[in-house]
Design a protein around this ligand. Structure first.
Ligand SMILES: O=C(O)CCC(=O)C(=O)O
Length: 356
């Protein structure tokens, strides 16, 4: 197949302000000045698209970014990270003065493991008293289920009663995302200096926190494949920005039966064979056997841990929530950091969407 090469070189420049005109300037330089990066692109439409992306300030189409990312075997994201490291775009998202202070000594290990494996499990857990108080607080909140079409159903239940029930009609119950504003320790977690620092280092730019969610997963006796798929209980990858990082926090003890978050370690890296590239589509869910055929099963990590366990995951790698055993419950929150700059396709607040 004919190959097109889009060569883009970065120039040593520092932008002090992250303004629109700076953006245009940065992108103009990147597209004009070419010799450092080679993006091997199969289709002329991709070549045109990457030029358009670097020369426009418009919101970027997520579907297309996914295609481009696969077509370039992830070079589009690697390039963007390198660019960001050079131009040092700044966001005003910073950590707060109050800090839990748990993870300072693990920052280097976390960054190393993220780069190598795509994930890191903090050794230090959130203090159990804080977790208990958080659980008490979120139990008073309302949750709503999502169905097999990823739509929120207009059924309001008290979180406490869903947590305690053995028989749940739905497998995923969403908290209103504003609990992060109402519950101080949750909003503090999203501004924890260590987490912001790790995100900054990993993403190569000031991070922005775009997406905060919390949900309850439940185990049912009979599992509907569509509902499991929609609840992210089948392998998939996310692509919420060129580079992004998720922080996952367990509020309940998670064992193999209660739906451990499951990650295929190292799959955040470019794919190593054409066979893998041929099988992976921009969107979709994958059966386990497909993933095991493409990647080494011994790299699969089922992340179990006590309540208070905090995990960092680059979910551009393959991951899923494990299906829970009947009657089991998992409660977790997720905070997402994306790289500074272009915005595209992070998950919307699904609970809010329905209400509007
Ligand atoms: O529930 C989990 O552990 C996975 C969640 C997930 O992958 C998602 O929401 O996209």
């Amino acid at each position: 197949m004919e190959q097109y090469y889009c060569k883009i070189k970065t120039e040593k420049m520092m932008l002090k302000q992250n303004t629109c005109s700076n953006w245009s300037y940065a992108k103009k330089i990147l597209i004009e000045d070419a010799d450092k990066y080679n993006l091997c692109i199969n289709k002329p439409v991709h070549l045109k698209a990457i030029k358009d992306i670097f020369t426009s300030t418009k919101k970027v189409n997520n579907g297309f970014m996914r295609e481009l990312w696969l077509a370039t075997n992830k070079q589009s994201s690697i390039l963007w990270k390198a660019i960001n490291q050079k131009i040092q775009l700044q966001s005003n998202y910073v950590g707060i003065e109050h800090k839990f202070g748990y993870w300072e000594s693990e920052e280097d290990a976390a960054i190393k493991s993220l780069n190598e494996n795509g994930m890191y499990i903090f050794k230090k857990k959130i203090d159990i008293q804080i977790v208990k108080k958080l659980l008490e607080d979120i139990s008073q909140e309302t949750v709503r289920p999502s169905n097999s079409m990823q739509q929120i159903i207009d059924v309001n239940e008290k979180a406490g009663s869903i947590i305690n029930t053995q028989q749940s009609e739905y497998i995923r119950w969403h908290f209103d995302n504003h609990i992060f504003d109402r519950i101080k320790n949750l909003s503090n977690l999203a501004k924890e200096p260590s987490l912001v620092k790790i995100a900054k280092n990993y993403l190569g730019t000031d991070p922005i926190c775009t997406n905060k969610q919390a949900w309850i997963s439940k185990g049912k006796r009979i599992n509907d494949i569509n509902e499991c798929s929609s609840a992210a209980q089948m392998y998939h990858f996310d692509y919420d920005s060129f580079n992004f990082l998720k922080v996952m926090i367990y509020f309940s003890d998670v064992c193999l039966e209660s739906g451990p978050h499951t990650y295929m370690s190292t799959t955040h890296k470019p794919f190593t064979t054409d066979k893998i590239r041929a099988r992976i589509a921009p969107y979709g869910r994958y059966n386990d056997y497909v993933i095991y055929e493409l990647f080494d099963k011994s790299n699969e990590v089922q992340i179990c841990g006590k309540a208070g366990t905090v995990i960092l995951v680059d979910t551009s790698g393959f991951h899923k929530g494990q299906i829970l055993r009947e009657g089991r419950t998992r409660i977790m929150a997720q905070i997402e950091f994306v790289d500074c700059g272009l915005h595209f396709g992070h998950k919307e607040d699904v609970t809010k969407q329905k209400r509007e």
